[in-house]
Design a protein around this ligand. Structure first.
Ligand code: PDD
Length: 294
C-alpha cells in the first residue's frame, strides 16, 4: 500500500508508521477523522473539513492542539512526495492518545495526530457510464443519541457492518435507514434522489454525517439552476424517483441505477447527476487553481 504517514509531526513511509497499542484510538475508536482530497494538488474545501474535524472533536471533548495552519502545513509536508503530478487523498486522524486502559480521558496526556497521504484513485469512467448498485442494509444507522452519525468518529463499526452487507450482495454501497425507517445516508457517502427535476436529500435530522460534498452540492445546484432541497425520504419513495446518486469527497457524484433487485428510474444514469458532476468538477478545478501551489 503506497502511503506516506505523519505521526505527531514525524513523516515516514507508510510501512514505518507506528502508533502505540495503548492509544485510545486503537483501543476504543476514541477519536475523529477527516478525508480530504486534492484537485490540482490543492486540498479541496480544506477549511470546511477542518471546521468539521474540530466540531467532531468538541463533541468528544477531545482537544485538537495544532492550529488549522499547522495541520495544513503537516498535510502539505506529508503529501509532498506522494503521487507526483497526480492527486492525493489525505486522512487526518486525531485520537485521544496513549494512556491506561480506562475510559477516563484524563488518562491520556496528549492527543495523537496522524496524517495518511495516499495517491488518489478516482472513480472509473465505467462507473459513471453504467452507474452502481446499492443495497438497503438491515443494520440501522446509529441513533443520534447513541454514537451520533454527525460526529465523524473513528468508531466506524456501524458503517463497517452495513458495508459488509453490500459486499456480500455484490453491491458498491449500502443505504442505511434510521430508527424511524427513513433513508439516512450510505456507509461512506450521502444519498440524493431526483424527482420531477428536483434533487432531494435527507435532512440532518434523519441522523447522518453532514457531508462537505453534500453541502457543496447545494451550491453547485444553485449554480446550474437545479433545486437541491432536504426532504424526508422512505424506502417506498425509491420506487418513484427518476434518479439516485451518492456523494463523498473521494467519490464526487456517482449515479445509482439499482437498489437491491429494483432498477431506479430508467435503470441507467440520469442527466441531472451528470450535470451536477460536470459543474462540481469545474468548480473544484477553478477553486483550487486560484490557491497557492505546493
Ligand atoms: N466518507 N456519510 C458518511 C458515513 C461518510 O463516511 C462520508 C465520507 C460521507 C460524505 O462526506 P464528505 O462529503 O464530507 O466526504 C457521508 C469519507 C470519504 C471517508 O470515510 O473516507
Amino acid at each position: 500500500m503506497e502511503a506516506t504517514v505523519n505521526v505527531n509531526g514525524v513523516v515516514t513511509d507508510g510501512d514505518q508508521a507506528v502508533v502505540s497499542v495503548f492509544d485510545h484510538g486503537f483501543l476504543y475508536g476514541d477519536g475523529v477523522y477527516e478525508t480530504v482530497r486534492t484537485y490540482n494538488r490543492q486540498p479541496f474545501l480544506l477549511d470546511r473539513h477542518l471546521a468539521r474535524l474540530r466540531a467532531s472533536a468538541d463533541r468528544l471533548a477531545l482537544d485538537v492542539p495544532p492550529t488549522d495552519a499547522d495541520l495544513e502545513t503537516r498535510m502539505r509536508d506529508t503529501m509532498r512526495r506522494v503521487n507526483p503530478g497526480g492527486e492525493v487523498t489525505l486522512r487526518i486522524l486525531i485520537t485521544r492518545g496513549v494512556g491506561e486502559l480506562t475510559y477516563d480521558p484524563a488518562a491520556c496526556a496528549r492527543p495523537t495526530v496522524v496524517i495518511i497521504a495516499r495517491p488518489h484513485s478516482g472513480i472509473p469512467d465505467t462507473m459513471l457510464r453504467d452507474g452502481i448498485s446499492v443495497v438497503v442494509a438491515s443494520v440501522l444507522r446509529n441513533h443520534p443519541r447513541s454514537v451520533d452519525p454527525s460526529i465523524k468518529s473513528n468508531n466506524l463499526l456501524n458503517n463497517v457492518l452495513a458495508m459488509q452487507e453490500a459486499i456480500r450482495q455484490g453491491a458498491y454501497e449500502a443505504i442505511l435507514l434510521n430508527h424511524r425507517g427513513e433513508l439516512a445516508e450510505c456507509s461512506q457517502s450521502n444519498l440524493f434522489a431526483v424527482r420531477d427535476g428536483v434533487v432531494l436529500t435527507p435532512p440532518l435530522d434523519a441522523g447522518l454525517l453532514e457531508g462537505v460534498t453534500r453541502n457543496f452540492l447545494f451550491e453547485v445546484g444553485a449554480d446550474i439552476g437545479v433545486a437541491v432541497n432536504e426532504a424526508v425520504l422512505r424506502e417506498v419513495d425509491l420506487e418513484r424517483v427518476d434518479e439516485l446518486f451518492i456523494t463523498s469527497t473521494t467519490r464526487e457524484v456517482i449515479p445509482v441505477v439499482r437498489v437491491g433487485d429494483r432498477p431506479i428510474g430508467a435503470g441507467r444514469p440520469g442527466p441531472i447527476a451528470s450535470r451536477l458532476l460536470t459543474r462540481f468538477r469545474a468548480l473544484a478545478d477553478t477553486l483550487t487553481r486560484t490557491s497557492v501551489t505546493s
